[in-house]
Design a protein around this ligand. Sequence first.
Ligand code: ATP
Length: 247
Amino acid sequence: MLEVRALSHFYGKHQALADVALEIASGEIVAILGANGAGKSTLLKSIAGLVTPASGTSIRFEGADLTQLPAHQIVERGIALVPEGRGVFGELTVAENLQLGAYPARARAGEAERLAKVLALFPRLTERMTQAVRTMSGGEQQMVAIGRALMSNPTLLLLDEPSLGLSPLLSREVFRALTQIRDGGVSVLLVEQNARASLDIADRVYLIESGRNAGTGSAGDMKNNPDIQRAYLGKARTSTTASRPTP
Ligand code: ATP
């Protein structure tokens, strides 16, 4: 459904992305792993139309070219971004934030059903509908941010570091929700520091290093790759002598 080719982006003279390629098929969770500053957020922002890619870039979604479209038209095509830091309106209530998500024309029909689905996904929002979002925990705010994005009726959800700053319990809840979202027919492109949890839920993975593609494969293969284990899963190089128990 999404095909990115030769994606480059410059902030002034600094090249944040160089010739990045990736694909997402319908019904997939795809995770992007990479060090801080590798260009992961810029990649998501380029797809969502929040930064303008360099000429020569091709971003096609359901066969249509997105590179010249403003962000709101990309939302109308069915792509929703949950940005790093969530981007929720803290002074507004949960209900108001969710309603704002349903603003795009593609979201107006079926708004009530979509709201019911969001509340089924995050039941703890049900009793918080009238609460101001700034008074909620980070994890609850993340649920509002994901819920708001889902209210726009996307077919592809982009998430930038959804577990950042969350307790382990709420992180698990967010990752569980992402698999349910995928199972409900929305594809997911996920940027995450929590490599272990993303490899657990993803179908495929792309590695990005210094703004370039540095590898891709199934999440299962990546989990068993010693280089990935060392770089992203905090596993030391296997040493038979070191791992032997002392007599
Ligand atoms: P992190 O995990 O730390 O958020 P990232 O992989 O998402 O990192 P980006 O935020 O995409 O990386 O940044 C890629 C590079 O572009 C970095 O070197 C960053 O400093 C630079 N950069 C990002 N945003 C801007 C900006 N608005 N102006 C100038 N440089 C920027």
